[in-house]
Design a protein around this ligand. Structure first.
Ligand code: F6P
Length: 326
């Protein structure tokens, strides 16, 4: 079998570990692997090359993706999908393993309807893929955020300030809620707070005033990027808190630093297991599946069904960490 391999959407630490795992698992099975550069856009441009075992050496510990990634507008059209199928056929690629998020899977679903055997691996720092408890890159991103927040805390503590720290996650609160809990932040503002942001901030300001009267001198507030926009930014939140509480406040947007860096042990091991699992699915005749985790075990779902699933967030953790931040 000849397997195409691509990464698509935002890069995530651990994607390289997954590329290495897929490539070597496939070679061990006697399959051929074609690496496709820059996701579906690279596929449409025929930008691909054969990957040998040595081509994926020394990437396990590196962030980013050696195959590069892109978000393709052309591929999102019916003509783009048909063109991609023709290119796969002419390259002799019978199956495709894609690493990315929901958008990447929608592309895989379109290709599977054209007869391409597709397998999806969950790769995004946001952990917002509905069918899986865990996505490759999430653990590293959380740990990067914690490292940054701990540093911010040192200076905030020295100046008796409030730090407003914005984290990524698109519309999902997973990074924010866990990082707020792990750093003892006073609260975490999530995307669903956006329509009532002033009421939420007033509640937090009351808590800051009360805690300050009891001797607490510095505070952190985590803000998920889905809760703010150009009209009301994290800097505006800091100004609002300062005005209402009198506590000097500063905003930091962590930004793309969260997407980079060497993957944690957890991300490397999950990427390794998922990559192997994906190749085993194909070798055993399965296709159009997404690899996922349930209770820390690997499972797989039909792509179409997986895209219809719903995912909540850890509300319990969110409320417990607020109880503890007194
Ligand atoms: O999906 C990963 C992610 O980093 C999100 O958290 C963020 O909203 C988005 O990608 C940023 O995308 P870009 O790098 O294209 O600005």
């Amino acid at each position: 079998m000849t397997i195409g391999l691509l990464t698509s959407g935002g890069d995530a630490p651990g994607m390289n570990a997954a590329i290495r795992s897929v490539t070597r698992s496939a070679i061990a099975r006697g399959f051929k692997v074609i690496g496709i550069r820059r996701g579906y856009q690279g596929l449409l441009e025929g930008d691909m090359y054969e990957l040998g075992a040595r081509d994926v050496s020394d990437i396990l510990h590196r962030g980013g993706t050696m195959l590069r990634t892109a978000r393709s507008k052309e591929f999102a059209t019916p003509e783009g999908v048909v063109k991609a199928k023709k290119i796969l056929d002419s390259a002799g690629i019978e199956a495709l393993i894609v690493i990315g998020g929901d958008g990447t899977y929608r592309g895989a679903l379109d290709l599977s309807r054209e007869g391409v055997k597709c397998i999806g691996l969950p790769g995004t720092i946001d952990n917002d893929i509905v069918c899986t408890e865990y996505t490759i890159g999430f653990d590293t991103a959380q740990n990067t955020c914690i490292e940054m927040l701990d540093k911010i805390k040192d200076t905030e503590m020295s100046h008796d300030r409030c730090s407003v720290v914005e984290v990524m996650g698109r519309n999902a609160p997973h990074i924010g809620v866990r990082v707020a809990a792990a750093t003892g932040a006073i609260d975490c503002i999530i995307g669903t707070d956006k329509p009532n942001i002033t009421a939420r901030l007033d509640e937090i300001c009351r808590k800051i005033i009360e805690q300050r009267s009891k001797g607490k001198s510095h505070f952190e507030l985590v803000v998920c990027e889905g809760a703010v926009d150009d009209e009301f930014t994290s800097a505006d939140i800091a100004k609002y808190i300062e005005k209402k509480t009198g506590v000097t406040s500063r905003a930091t947007v962590l930004g793309h630093v969260q997407r980079g860096g060497s993957p944690t042990c957890y991300d490397r091991v999950m990427a390794l297991k998922m990559g192997y699992y994906a190749v085993e699915l194909l070798a055993n005749g399965y296709s159009n599946r997404i690899v996922a985790t349930r209770n820390d075990k690997l499972v797989d779902f039909d792509i179409e069904e997986a895209l219809k699933m719903q995912k909540g967030y850890d509300e319990k953790l969110h409320s417990v960490s607020r109880i503890l931040s007194i």
